[in-house]
Design a protein around this ligand. Structure first.
Ligand code: SAH
Length: 392
C-alpha cells in the first residue's frame, strides 16, 4: 500500500479536527445545473451566456476543477464565475493506493465536515470509478462498514459528479498504470444507498452521460446503480427509460435470512424485489446484476445456491458473488474457497451466469462494504496506515 501525498486543504477550510457540527447541503455548483441553468446563472451575473459553455468545457471537457487554471478567462470574470458556480465541494483528506497503483481510494471532507470516499479501479481495458451517493448510509446491513455508522446526509448532485470529474482527471493524468487514460465506467457502489437519494442520483447520471460540455459524455450502459432493493424507487427508475445497469444487493434468496442481512427486506420481500428487478431488465433489455456477498456458514449453503438458481433461472440476470470483505468488529468472515466454488457450480448448473468479483482495494479498506470514512480517519490524515487502522 502507498500513502499518496495529501493535497493541502485551502486556507478557508477549517481544520478537520474542528469541523463536523451541523449537517448542511453545500453551496450550488455548476454541476448541479444543466447547460441552460448555467447560462441563466451566468447571465444573472451580468456576463455573456457563452461564458457558461466556456466554463463547462473546462470542467467537463478538460476536467479542470480549479478556477485558477482557467487562464483564458479574464481574472475578474473568473473570480465572479468561481464565486458563483465553482465552490470547493470536496477537499481531499487522504489518498491511498494499492495493487501497484491500480486501485486508489480518496477520502473527502465535505463543506460541513461530513466525510465520504471514492475508489478508482484500473483494469487493462478500462477504468472504473466507484462513487458515494450519501455520507454514511441508513440501510444498516450488518456486514457492511458503511451501514454501521448510519446516515449523515444525502450528497448533492454536484458532490456526486465532482467525485467522478476528479477521478476522470486522475485517470487522464496517466496515473493509473496499465490502464487506458480514460475513465469509462461509474458504479454507484460507494457509500450510501443511491435510490434513497433518488432525484440527485438521477440528475448526476444525466450530468455524467450528457455529451460535453454539458456533461461528461459517458455511456449510460457504463453506469451501474446498485440498490438494496427500494422497490418504489426501482419502479420509478424503470419509468425513466434509461439504459443504466441495475445491481441488486440480494445476499440471500430467502426472506428469513434476508430480513437479517438486508433489513429493508422486512419492508420489501425477496419476491417483490426480484420482480421489480426483472421488470427493469425487461424494460431496458439489460441484464441485472445480482450481488451476493459470500458469508461463511451464513448464506453459502448448497441449498441456498439451488434456491437462488431456481429464482433466477431463465431470467436476464447475472450473479456477482463477492467474497465477504472484513469489516471492523464483524462476527462474520468470507466463505472458504471450496464452498464458494460449489456455490458457483450449482448456479451455473441451473443455467445462471455467475462470476466471483475480485476483492479490489481490501488492503486500503476500499473494497465493497469497507468504506467507512470517519472523522478519526481524517484527523489521522498524514499519519501512517497502521495508525489509520487503529483509528478505525
Ligand atoms: N447501498 C447500495 C450501494 C452500495 S454497493 C447497495 O447496497 O447496493 C456496495 C456493495 O457491497 C453492496 O452489494 C453491498 O451489499 C456489498 N457489501 C457490503 N459490505 C460488504 C462486505 N463486507 N463484503 C462484501 N460486500 C459487501
Amino acid at each position: 500500500m502507498t500513502i499518496l501525498p495529501v493535497i493541502p486543504t485551502s486556507p478557508d477550510t477549517p481544520d478537520a479536527v474542528t469541523t463536523r457540527r451541523r449537517v448542511t447541503m453545500p453551496p450550488r455548483h455548476l454541476a448541479d445545473l444543466d447547460l441552460a441553468g448555467r447560462q441563466a446563472a451566468v447571465t444573472k451575473l451580468g456576463l455573456p451566456a457563452f461564458r457558461a459553455k466556456q466554463l463547462s468545457t473546462h470542467y467537463f471537457g478538460r476536467l479542470v476543477r480549479d478556477p485558477e487554471a482557467m487562464t483564458d478567462l479574464p481574472a475578474a470574470t473568473r473570480d465572479q464565475l468561481a464565486g458563483d458556480l465553482l465552490p470547493t465541494l470536496l477537499t481531499p483528506q487522504r489518498e491511498m493506493a494499492c495493487d501497484d497503483g491500480a486501485t486508489r481510494k480518496t477520502l473527502w471532507r465535505l463543506h460541513d465536515g461530513a466525510m465520504v470516499e471514492s475508489v478508482l479501479m484500473g483494469y487493462p481495458d478500462r477504468i472504473t470509478a466507484c462513487v458515494s451517493s450519501q455520507a454514511g448510509c441508513g440501510m444498516a446491513c450488518p456486514f457492511c462498514a458503511t451501514g454501521q455508522a448510519g446516515l449523515t446526509r444525502n450528497l448533492s448532485i454536484a458532490e456526486i459528479v465532482d467525485q467522478v470529474v476528479y477521478l476522470a482527471g486522475v485517470a487522464a493524468s496517466g496515473a493509473v498504470t496499465g490502464s487506458p487514460p480514460r475513465l469509462s465506467r461509474v458504479v454507484f457502489m460507494g457509500m450510501g444507498e443511491p435510490l434513497a437519494n433518488y432525484p440527485r442520483v438521477l440528475e448526476a447520471v444525466r450530468r455524467l452521460t450528457a455529451p460535453a460540455p454539458e456533461g461528461l459524455g459517458l455511456s449510460q450502459r457504463h453506469i451501474t446503480v446498485s440498490t438494496v432493493g427500494l422497490v418504489p424507487a426501482m419502479r420509478r427508475l424503470i419509468a425513466e427509460k434509461l439504459s443504466v445497469t441495475l445491481a441488486l444487493s440480494l445476499h440471500a434468496p430467502d426472506d428469513d435470512l434476508r430480513d437479517e442481512l438486508v433489513p429493508v427486506n422486512q419492508r420489501w420481500k425477496v419476491a417483490e424485489v426480484l420482480d421489480a428487478a426483472f421488470d427493469y431488465a425487461a424494460q431496458t433489455g439489460r441484464r441485472i446484476s445480482i450481488e451476493y456477498a459470500m458469508i461463511r456458514d451464513v448464506n453459502d449453503q448448497p441449498w441456498r445456491a439451488d434456491l437462488l438458481g431456481k429464482l433466477l433461472r431463465g431470467k436476464l440476470a447475472h450473479v456477482n458473488l463477492i467474497p465477504l470483505n472484513p469489516t471492523p468488529g464483524s462476527k462474520w468472515d468470507a466463505s472458504p474457497k471450496p464452498v464458494e466454488r460449489e456455490f458457483v457450480r450449482r448456479l451455473r448448473e441451473a443455467g445462471v451466469s455467475t462470476t466471483v468479483r475480485d476483492t479490489r482495494g481490501q488492503e486500503i479498506d476500499g473494497a465493497c462494504g469497507q468504506l467507512a470514512a470517519s472523522e478519526l480517519t481524517a484527523v489521522d490524515a498524514g499519519g501512517s496506515a497502521a495508525d489509520a487502522e487503529v483509528a478505525r
